[in-house]
Design a protein around this ligand. Structure first.
Ligand SMILES: [Zn+2]
Length: 380
């Protein structure tokens, strides 16, 4: 009761504080806490520090035309512009590039305040930069870009791996491709064209998701997995051996007990019984462990959910788990699927469709890739 009251009291108190702070925010006042670079606190109001604002705008302008963060830092340092007496750190630059307050907007608990921080960066530039930062997730450089199909994809012409590659367009925009390794390293005389990363990934993901979500395909996968699960639990060799030993141990104990009842006690018999009883206890423990292992079984619904929802939301998992190999040609893609009952890819694929299917894919609204009307062939 007392504890409950203390909890209620502190919740109420913190709500009061929160209400008070929101009142202040609505009046455009600061509510404590450290101010971001570029502002100072004058009578509870955020006021722009002009020389810092100039640096912030410089950083936004350079980044928005594609200058790398490390180069922006070098430029600032060469002009003698420092941050707390030291050259700017990469993280500091990214924090500046991501801070919405510079565009005059401050969000708190779902409320938007546009009267607290005077604007330093115009909204258009801020949005452009934000898109760029988001495209390079966490503001990292292109090297950290994830090529989803990596390790699974080979060239249909020379058989070499297809690897990730990037380049910078004249306007500074970074572009990402899948390119034949044989062609790139000139180890083969392959002429396979490079394909835009996002285009190829979308085609493959869309196709794989569409296929595994088809009722007859999903039914097949679920059945395979259910049967395999059953087979494994029946074939739990360890458990069967333990159960067998438990049975013989019990019999032995009974036999000795009968012998003792009929003909008096011997030390050897008593010693033997104690040994058997110790063993019996240990067997019971191990049997419990083995039974709990086989008891953890997936239901049909869980398997369906995994394929219909989880995998579709996790592209990397989807590709790793479901796809065995992707063979890329200039005009078609072959997607080979893993057997659903295999933990790691092996030579066995599985039957997804009764016969191979040809699908033409085209990503709409992208003039530059209209030539990429891939045909997709699915293989067993
Ligand atoms: Zn090739």
């Amino acid at each position: 009761m007392l504890e409950g009251y203390a909890e209620y009291y502190s919740v109420e108190l913190s709500q009061k504080i929160r209400r008070g702070n929101n009142e202040s925010r609505r009046k455009g006042n600061l509510t404590g806490g450290k101010l971001p670079y570029g502002y100072k606190n004058v009578d509870k109001k955020a006021v722009i520090i002009p020389e810092h604002a100039e640096v912030i705008r410089y950083i936004y302008d350079r980044y928005s035309i594609g200058v790398f963060v490390k180069d922006i830092i070098a430029e600032l340092t060469s002009k003698g512009i420092m941050y707390n007496g030291k050259p700017f750190a990469q993280n500091t630059i990214y924090n500046i590039l991501k801070n919405e307050r510079y565009s005059g907007i401050y969000r708190f608990n779902g409320e938007v305040f546009d009267n607290i921080y005077p604007q330093i960066v115009d909204t258009e530039t801020f949005n452009k930069v934000r898109e760029k930062v988001n495209a390079n997730k966490f503001g990292k450089r292109s090297e950290e870009i994830t090529y989803l199909l990596k390790d699974k994809i080979v060239c249909g012409y020379c058989g070499k791996s297809i690897i990730g590659e990037n380049g910078t367009a004249r306007n500074g925009e970074r572009k990402y491709y899948y390119k034949c390794c044989g062609r790139k390293k000139k180890t083969t005389d392959c002429n396979k064209q490079a394909v835009r990363k996002e285009v190829l990934e979308k085609i493959v993901l869309d196709c794989v998701i569409e296929q595994i979500q088809k009722t007859n395909n999903l039914d097949y996968i679920v059945n395979c997995l259910m049967q395999e699960q059953q087979r494994q639990s029946q074939a739990n060799v360890v458990l069967n051996l333990l159960l067998k030993e438990q049975h013989t141990t019990e019999n032995s104990i009974n036999n000795i007990m009968t012998a003792i009842e009929n003909g008096g006690t011997t030390n050897t018999a008593m010693k033997r019984i104690r040994e058997l009883e110790t063993r019996q206890a240990e067997l019971e423990r191990q049997i419990l462990i083995e039974k709990s292992k086989t008891a953890v079984q997936l239901t049909e619904t869980q398997i369906r959910e995994f394929y219909l929802q989880a995998l579709a939301l996790e592209p990397k998992l989807l590709i790793n788990y479901v796809v065995k190999q992707i063979v890329l040609f200039d005009d078609r893609i072959e997607i080979q699927f893993n057997s659903p009952i295999m933990e790691s890819p092996d030579n066995r694929g599985f039957l997804l469709c009764e016969k191979s299917v040809k699908l033409a894919y085209k990503v709409p609204h992208r003039a530059e890739i209209t030539k990429l009307e891939f045909e997709i062939e699915l293989y067993v």
